[in-house]
Design a protein. Structure first.
Length: 81
């Protein structure tokens, strides 16, 4: 799925909205997506991904728009670290 994304920092919060656009625009396919891992470790300011309003909203959009059907079918698993 993410073979054309070259660096792991593609999942950093500053690009989270871009990931949502790529997935919802059909430029990336989540047909074979099996796992999503959300790193909830606190950053230097003691904030987690879900503490940041914009990131939290993007994560919720990803969940409701794209991941929910895959979760219900049993295809997708989400892990929180």
């Amino acid at each position: 799925m993410c073979a054309h994304l070259k660096k792991p920092e593609s999942a950093e919060p500053r690009l989270r909205c871009r990931l949502l656009r790529l997935l919802s625009g059909g430029e990336m396919d989540c047909e074979r997506l099996q796992y999503v891992v959300l790193d909830l470790a606190a950053d230097g300011k003691q904030r987690t991904l879900l503490d940041m309003k914009e990131v939290r909203e993007d994560v919720m959009k990803l969940h409701t728009q794209l991941f929910s059907p895959l979760l219900h079918s049993g295809q997708l698993k989400i892990a929180f670290l």
